[in-house]
Design a protein around this ligand. Structure first.
Ligand SMILES: NC(=O)C1=CN([C@@H]2O[C@H](COP(=O)(O)OP(=O)(O)OC[C@H]3O[C@@H](n4cnc5c(N)ncnc54)[C@H](OP(=O)(O)O)[C@@H]3O)[C@@H](O)[C@H]2O)C=CC1
Ligand SMILES: O=C(CO)[C@H](O)[C@H](O)COP(=O)(O)O
Ligand SMILES: [Zn+2]
Length: 341
């Protein structure tokens, strides 16, 4: 099958390329409909990655958050027109111990492999999940980020000690908001506290138990477990504060991506017996858990809908470039484009 793939060829420059798709007889073809932007895409769009990474990965179609409608399923499990979530991680092997999203052999879309900015996306059949009819499409477009939050909180549950009293989430942006929303159901008995840099962003977290500006944290605040959702150099300050406020033997899940290595006060990590655990991306099971969790909780879906920020329809590559620029200037929420290119 010939396909039109919309690839980033250099910073702020997209090009359409025609590609011969090598499909297996069981692959499912999906027409993307709503695509959501991630920080990782913006780092490629703006060229804010090391030259070696850009040389290795471009040209490449961006976007790893999105939904679409099924065009064809050779096995008939899905009907044409079914609305589905697309899982961007594509494993090439299985492993008894290592999860699919941590296997170096897995291919992750929009990080070295073509993302969803395509006319049609051809997916292995276990990379497609049906979206319930009562899910809003724009919210569903960022289900991948919700699945990333599920992965992080699942890892936290597996690693942490028995103290669940107070969960501290550093970061008042998209990932912090999604993680806090999920924490209210996945850690229903815990006090959820969000720590951020902007009061007007923290105001959106009205459903959590407390919020603090990071320069006004009470010295005696004690956190049982922590999640870092900041990124960039902000991660360094956040991890330093987590180390200061985390209870002895607590666990911190780290999710923010930093382009440059950052300093961590390991002396205090040792002294307090802390566990720092990385969490990156997600797999099919996290998508499934996310969809199940949202199906059973109207309030969680409604809270996530409040994260829809910039929206618009894109029909040309000029529209796509303008949409990425609009997102860069946006202060709050996820940018979701209706894909009509
Ligand atoms: N591990 C994974 O799988 C994933 C990781 N990410 C990464 O997570 C990070 C956050 O993404 P996203 O939420 O979309 O980004 P946002 O920019 O929406 O949110 C980050 C927020 O954290 C604030 N912040 C910065 N430093 C601190 C700090 N020390 N303490 C508290 N808050 C702080 C920022 O403020 P200000 O703007 O003023 O700096 C900003 O408001 C990015 O690095 C992204 O790449 C995203 C998706 C998946
Ligand atoms: O956003 C993410 C997952 O949703 C990851 O942070 C992203 O995949 C990291 O990729 P890269 O190494 O290309 O920056
Ligand atoms: Zn992402």
């Amino acid at each position: 099958m010939l396909n039109q793939v919309y690839r980033l060829v250099a910073a702020r420059q997209f090009e359409v390329q025609t590609v011969e798709e090598l499909m297996t007889p069981t692959d499912i073809v999906v027409r993307p409909t709503y695509l959501s932007l991630c920080h990782a895409d913006q780092r490629y769009f703006t060229g804010n990655r090391a030259q070696t990474a850009l040389r290795k990965k471009l040209p490449m179609a961006l976007i790893h958050e999105g939904i679409g409608t099924v065009v064809s399923d050779p096995q008939g499990d899905f009907q044409p027109g079914d609305r589905v979530a697309m899982v961007p991680n594509t494993p090439t092997t299985t492993n008894q111990i290592v999860k699919e999203n941590y296997l170096p052999s897995s291919k992750f879309r929009s990080s070295g492999y073509d993302g969803f900015m395509q006319e049609y996306v051809c997916l292995q059949r276990d990379r497609v999940l049906k979206i319930p009819a009562n899910f809003n499409s724009e919210m569903s477009a960022f289900l991948e980020m919700v699945s990333v939050g599920v992965q992080a909180l699942t890892q936290l549950k597996q690693t942490m000690d028995a103290d669940q009293r107070v969960l501290g989430i550093w970061g008042d942006g998209n990932l912090g908001y999604i993680t806090a929303t999920l924490a209210k159901t996945m850690f229903a008995d815990s006090q959820v506290i969000v720590l951020g840099r902007h009061q007007d962003k923290l105001d959106y977290f009205s459903f959590v138990d407390a919020t603090y500006l990071v320069d006004e944290i009470p010295a005696d605040l004690q956190i049982s477990q922590a999640v870092e959702c900041t990124g960039g150099l902000g991660s360094e300050q956040a991890i330093a504060q987590i180390i200061d406020h985390l209870h002895p033997m607590g666990t911190a899940i780290l999710m923010g991506v930093s382009e440059e290595p950052i300093d961590i006060n390991t002396r205090m990590v040792l002294e307090r017996g802390l566990t720092l655990q990385g969490s990156s991306r997600s797999g099919r099971q996290d998508f499934k858990t996310a969809i199940d969790l949202l199906s059973h909780s109207d309030v969680t879906r409604e809270r996530l809908q409040n994260l829809i920020g910039v929206t618009g329809t894109v029909q040309t590559l000029a529209d796509v470039t303008a949409f990425f620029e609009q997102d860069l200037a946006n202060y709050w929420g996820k940018a979701v484009m209706r894909w009509a290119v």
